[in-house]
Design a protein around this ligand. Structure first.
Ligand code: NAD
Length: 492
């Protein structure tokens, strides 16, 4: 007899609940295609209960001293360390990325927790004595209230951890709605928060899709929304949340370019380009998906890429620790990516076709390379979110920069060169928020904002770093007058 598929629990207050609903989304192990759990698609009533629980908890949590909040983050940091390998396996199981990539996924979130441990320093306000005659000014940063996080499937640990550690450390309470495709890592992250000593109701976890998201964006007791996902939904969440008076930050899709100059170091550049393009099976909002070999470097770069792609090992991350690339998230993604390859191969040269892996068990797509792509090719502006790289051949750096600036998105762009002048030209003129110089994936560490521009981000304050603290707090400025002429009336 086979055991029933487990239902993913939700956390309301201090209790884990198995929600009874007609609607579930299957959670797969993408490397085998097996169903490993069922995510309940929570309705608005359940989400409202989670918001109510967070609202109640805010009263005492927001009054806890900064040192107490930081202390819980310290405990959490320790527990994440102890459970690091188990979480990595969980991420690989439900997302399909390699164990090394899963470790990177937690590590980046872990660093945000470390940042949050220093909240007493980061949340400090400013003061100025004698700002006017006998008047002192003091600004403090107060938490907002109930904050919500809505996250995508591609970084089950890092993206939620861009959000809740800073929100909680600032004195807010939180409702997290992770991607229904990868909810198990979020459950583990929430369990460890409880173990770290976070009081009841401060962190809540719900699951689902549009109905859950709409409730978070419209409920009067939610103060702020952090969203990461596709640009269509990011725009929708930004608009709906803002219309309902909430502070919103919403990260969206991307199309990131890697520019290789003729003077670039061949070996390290090839390694960086391969990892940026095919790491996490191309399912990264910082994935390199356009490779611009400037001038004569184009031809030799293509040959080197094809050789390196021959050596790329694709497989099941839990069975073979040596693989370089796992599957994509689900059957829909696999078919969508295959459809893109079908279409684009009518317009550009398909130098390496990854569709040969599609009949295997699991949701695999092999590394794919198009060459001779131009700004007129349909793939140029569209995010594929799979292991598909497009090569372009600009005649010089100026043309490379002008092509990049035709893109609607604005997450990352990288240049590989030994020339400081070329790097400076690139950094100064490319219109996107994260620049790599001899770095393929210029995703900033936790003390810097993850600074998407254009259609890659809607809002003002980005996630992580001091912008994260600013997003999850509002300022209160106090002016005080202590004037002897009053006090002397009392005769001292
Ligand atoms: P997605 O937009 O499908 O889902 C993101 C979240 O929105 C999920 O929690 C999902 O349940 C919810 N959602 C889905 N449909 C909805 C609807 N109709 N109404 C309301 N909510 C809805 O994104 P995904 O496929 O999970 O993630 C991949 C995308 O995320 C890519 O485009 C990638 O570039 C982007 N991403 C961006 C960043 C960034 O920082 N800019 C980081 C990681 C991923």
């Amino acid at each position: 007899m086979t055991s029933p598929t487990p239902i993913v629990p939700s956390l309301i207050g201090n209790s884990w609940e198995l929600i009874n609903t007609e609607k579930y989304t299957n959670v797969f192990n993408p490397a085998t295609g097996n169903i490993i759990a069922k995510t309940p698609m929570c309705d608005s009533k359940l989400v409202a209960r989670a918001i109510e629980s967070a609202k109640k908890a805010f009263v005492s949590w927001s009054n806890e001293p900064a040192t107490v909040r930081a202390g819980i983050m310290h405990n959490y940091r320790g527990l994440l360390k102890e459970n690091f390998e188990d979480i990595a396996k969980l991420i690989s199981t439900e997302n399909g990325k390699t164990i090394a990539e899963a470790r990177g996924d937690i590590q980046r979130g872990f660093e945000v927790v470390e940042f949050a441990c220093g909240i007493a320093e980061h949340q400090k306000g400013e003061s100025l004595s004698q700002v006017a005659d006998k008047i002192d000014a003091l600004s403090i940063r107060e938490p907002l209230g109930v904050c919500a996080g809505i996250t995508p499937f591609n970084f089950p640990a890092m993206v939620p951890m861009w959000m809740f550690p800073i929100a909680l450390a600032c004195g807010n309470t939180f409702v997290l709605k992770p991607s229904e495709k990868v909810p198990l890592t979020a459950v583990k992250l929430a369990e460890l928060l409880q173990e770290a000593g976070l009081p009841q109701g401060v962190m809540n976890l719900v699951h689902g899709g549009k109905e859950a998201v709409d409730t978070l964006c419209t409920h009067p007791d939610v103060s702020a929304i952090s969203f990461v996902g596709s640009s269509t939904i990011a725009r929708y969440v930004y608009k709906l949340g803002s219309q309902n008076g909430k502070r919103v930050q919403a990260g969206g899709a991307a199309k990131n370019a890697l520019v290789v100059m003729p003077d670039a170091d061949p070996e390290s550049t090839l390694r960086a380009v391969m990892s940026a393009s095919f790491g996490c099976a191309g399912q990264r909002c910082m994935a390199g998906s356009l490779l611009l070999g400037v001038g004569e470097v184009g031809k030799s770069l293509k040959d080197k890429m094809l050789n390196a792609m021959d050596d790329l090992k694709v497989g099941n991350p839990l069975l073979d620790l040596d693989i370089n690339m796992g599957p994509v998230i689900d059957k829909n993604s696999q078919e969508r990516i295959a459809g893109v390859i079908d279409e684009v191969s009518k317009e550009a040269e398909l130098a390496r076709d990854g569709r040969n892996l599609i009949n295997n068990k699991g949701f695999f797509v092999g590394p794919t390379l198009f060459s001779d792509v131009t700004p007129k090719t349909s793939i140029f502006k569209h995010e594929v979110f799979g292991p598909v790289l497009s090569m372009m051949n600009p005649k010089n750096l100026k043309q490379a920069i002008s092509w990049i600036n035709e893109l609607n998105y604005g997450n990352g762009a990288s240049i590989f060169t030994k020339s400081g002048a070329a790097a400076k030209e690139f950094r100064s003129n490319v219109k996107c928020g994260m620049i790599g110089i001899n770095v393929g994936v210029p995703a900033p560490m936790s003390m810097f904002p993850f600074s998407g521009w254009n259609d890659s981000f809607y809002g003002d304050l980005h996630m992580q770093g001091n912008e994260g603290v600013q997003f999850y707090t509002r300022q209160k400025v106090t002016l005080s007058r202590w004037d002897h002429t009053y006090e002397n009336k009392f005769g001292w």
